[in-house]
Structure formats: C-alpha cells, structure tokens
Design a protein around this ligand. Structure first.
Ligand SMILES: C[S@@+](CC[C@H](N)C(=O)[O-])C[C@H]1O[C@@H](n2cnc3c(N)ncnc32)[C@H](O)[C@@H]1O
Length: 197
C-alpha cells in the first residue's frame, strides 16, 4: 500500500470506495482513465464489458499501478504518462473517460475538459468523482482561505473548485449519482450535450 492509499483510507472507508465501485463498473469499451494515480479504481472495472483501459497520469506511479494490475490479468491495460491538457490521442478515440479526484489539481481545467471532449466519442460517457467547493457560505469561505496553504501541501490541490459548473459549461450533461460529506464529494456520469456536438 502506498502513502497515498494510506492517507485516503479513512475517506475510502467513509464511502469513497463504495462510490468508486458503483460508478467504475459502468465503464465500457475503450476506456481512458485520467490521473489514474495509484490505481484505486482498478478493482472495479468489469473485464467482460471493457476492451482496454489506458491508465494515464502526468506523473505515472508505475510501480503501484503494475502491482495492483497484476490482480487483473484479463484486463488489457496500457500505461501512459501525459498531461490531460495536451493529450496525444486522436479525436473520438474512447467510449468512456474516467477521472476521479483529478480536476482539483489540473492547472487549466477548461483546457483539460476540452481535451476530454475531443477524445471522447460523441455517444461516449464520462465517469467522475470530484471534491468541490462546499455549498454552505461559511464553509465555502473557510475552504477559500485554506486553499493557498493546502495547494502547497497537496501538490496543487484546490479545495474550492466549482468543477460541476465547469463540466457543464464545457458542454457536458451530468447525472449526479453519489455524494459524500455534505456534497463536497460528488460522483456521477455524463455525456456530451447534443447542442455542444
Ligand atoms: C488526488 S490524485 C487522484 C488519483 C486517483 N484518480 C484516485 O482517485 O485516487 C490526482 C492525480 O491526478 C494526477 N494529475 C494532476 N494533474 C494532472 C494533469 N494535468 N494531467 C494528468 N494527470 C494529472 C496527479 O498526478 C495524481 O496522480
């Protein structure tokens, strides 16, 4: 288990693991997972409905990923080190694009989401879990205040991003299917809005 996995364990126990399981099992066809990290979503892909999974990260944790992937011999896994803001894949290459706890850190969210739209098939789906700025005014302000320090401690992670709004304004239609901790963690699926195609 990596330090990241240990750090995440309380959250995983509180409901994150259940949410991963519920959502990742919906991935099908050719899948791109952005910011795959240490591979915490890997156990939940269904081999019978997934053709391949490209596990991509700007800083590929090859050792952790390869260790976890050894339990999934029938899953075709491809490892790639790239940045979501500038993907090397052709247009409309993937049936599913997965990202969990990634857009809190991506430097230019709009650019990253535009790339996801480009590589996703027109009838493809996104699967996401993200933590976002709290709805409560007081907590929202607290998260704003804490973000500059937290960013330094947690590799650029923002506590106050409005990622759902950014997803919608980038042309995705969302179906929220899970939440945790007073809606700070939101998970769901989405597709490209017809008007945005
Ligand atoms: C908090 S971790 C989440 C890891 C994993 N998705 C999970 O759910 O546990 C964020 C991951 O996103 C990756 N990441 C951040 N910005 C990225 C970018 N611009 N392009 C690709 N990966 C990125 C980081 O390297 C890190 O592995």
């Amino acid at each position: 288990m990596t330090i990241y996995d240990l750090f995440m364990e309380p959250l995983e126990k509180t409901g994150l693991r259940r949410l991963r399981k519920k959502l990742i099992k919906k991935a099908s066809g050719d899948v791109l997972e952005i910011g795959a990290g240490t591979g915490l979503n890997l156990p939940y892909y269904r081999e019978e409905q997934v053709s391949s999974v490209v596990l991509m990260d700007r800083d590929l944790k090859s050792k952790a990923l390869k260790k976890k992937s050894s339990n999934h011999k029938n899953l075709k896994l491809i490892f790639r080190e790239e940045n979501v803001m500038n993907l090397s894949f052709p247009d409309e290459r993937f049936d599913t694009v997965v990202f969990t706890l990634v857009f809190c850190t991506v430097a230019d969210v709009e650019k990253g989401l535009k790339e996801i739209r480009r590589v996703l098939k027109k009838d493809g789906k996104i699967i996401f879990i993200e933590h976002v700025r709290p709805e409560s005014k007081a907590l929202g302000r607290t998260f704003d205040t804490a973000t500059p320090l937290w960013k330094k401690l947690a590799k650029g992670c923002h506590l106050n991003r409005k990622t759902m709004e950014q997803l919608r304004s980038s042309g995705f239609e969302l179906k929220l299917e899970g939440k945790m901790m007073k809606n700070i963690f939101l998970g769901g699926t989405g597709k490209i809005k017809r008007t945005a195609q």
